[in-house]
Design a protein around this ligand. Structure first.
Ligand code: SF4
Length: 375
């Protein structure tokens, strides 16, 4: 049996548990096998535990009824099944639901569920805050506190699944996952891909790898790595189609300019010929929404298999931009569509619940919880 060490928040590494027990959530399957073996348990038990954790969603060892009591006691002494707790839960009139989840060190992130007719998308966070400072993004105004570990990322999914009342993989409420919450996922590559492997494992949660999308602002080297090492889907936060404007809106462009970004997208497309890359483009009034900007986008993307999501900007207090008018958005979309680019316009969702990414967390930090709770 492992010695239990008393820890304080100061001595605990990010994601490590104050209890000193090992959190089984987020551990790759092979490591779970090794952990159980280190406790003297046979390797085959890992498959059973994995099923309980991810298919049945158990939070206590007591419910694992194909595992004998002495073994469960051993697990209880040495391991735990830890998930974040809910510190805020808001439901929009349009069904969008936003949670603030808190981890054992008190840090909080946002997770958003967006129900649509054909699917349910969970937008999850990969970092607490963000080092990048995209000027349209509220999270960009918050400093980076730390990366999340795989357990904390998968924990957002498990919590959302439970709260939404999803009881089986045959009747999913969450069909798609997008890493579009707080943080740049490719700056937390190892934890994000480890979480991706767990979310798509066929003996567990079993989401299709096509339906787990990593969205990047353009971390070019890790886009190539993601392409080579995972089968996950790719989205790119583009938001501008010339370097001068993109340097301003998405500052990582100064390090990895558009030419390099487009090369990395091409690389992904060559390796995944049947897939389209999702391109996100936030519509900022008179900043990136003119016919000239549309022409630039057409020139940049016309030969690439992409789907372009035009996102009406979600203003937040102090934001330097305004949302493009509907007329300007439709004019922009029509120009792209006429050039043969797939361009649905994303409806704004959850306007009534502080839907701009990072807003809920800021409000929580200010201690000014003027909730707009609708349920
Ligand atoms: S858009 Fe993404 S990468 Fe840019 S500041 Fe916001 S969270 Fe960070």
């Amino acid at each position: 049996m492992q010695a239990l060490v008393t820890k304080t928040a100061e001595t605990t590494a990010p994601g490590e548990l104050l209890s000193g027990k090992t959190n089984l959530i987020g551990m790759p399957f092979e490591r779970l096998e090794g952990f159980l073996q280190s406790l003297g348990l046979p390797k085959f038990r890992a498959k059973q535990v994995w099923h309980w954790l991810y298919v049945r969603g158990l939070r206590e060892f007591d419910g694992m009824d194909n595992i004998g009591k002495p073994m469960r006691e051993l697990l209880k002494d040495n391991a735990c099944i830890e998930r974040p707790t809910v510190t805020d839960d808001q439901l929009s009139a349009d069904g969008t639901r936003k949670w603030l989840f808190q981890y054992s060190d008190g840090r909080e992130v946002e997770t958003v569920f967006i129900p649509e007719a054909e699917r349910g998308t969970l937008c999850i966070s990969s970092q607490v805050g963000c080092t990048l400072a995209c000027t349209f993004c509220h999270t960009g105004t918050q400093r980076l506190v730390r990366n999340l570990n795989a357990a904390e990322i998968v924990g957002q999914y498990l919590m959302a699944r439970d709260i939404l009342g999803e009881v089986s993989r045959d009747e999913r409420k969450i069909t798609n996952i997008v890493f579009m919450g707080m943080g740049e996922p490719l700056f937390n590559y190892d934890a994000v891909t480890q979480a991706g492997a767990i979310l798509t494992d066929q003996n567990g949660i079993d989401l299709s790898r096509r339906k787990v999308t990593v969205s990047t602002s353009g971390v070019v080297p890790d886009m190539r790595r993601l392409t080579d090492e995972t089968g996950l889907a790719l989205a790119v936060s583009l938001h501008a189609c010339n370097d001068t404007l993109r340097n301003e809106i998405v500052p990582i462009n100064r390090k990895y300019p558009l030419r390099e970004l487009i090369d990395a997208m091409r690389y992904y497309s060559e390796k995944n010929p049947s897939r389209r890359i999702l391109v996100e483009y936030v519509m900022l009034q008179e900043v990136n929404d003119t016919p000239e900007h549309a022409a630039e986008m057409i020139a940049l993307l016309k030969d690439m298999p992409v789907k372009i999501n035009l996102i009406p900007f979600n203003p937040w207090p102090g934001s330097p931009y305004e949302r493009s008018s509907n007329n300007r958005i439709h004019r922009f979309a029509k120009l792209l569509q006429d050039a043969g680019l797939s361009t649905p316009i994303r409806k704004t969702r959850g306007d009534d619940i502080l839907a701009a990414c990072g807003q809920l967390k800021s409000l929580s930090e200010r201690g000014a919880r003027e909730k707009v709770k609708l349920h």
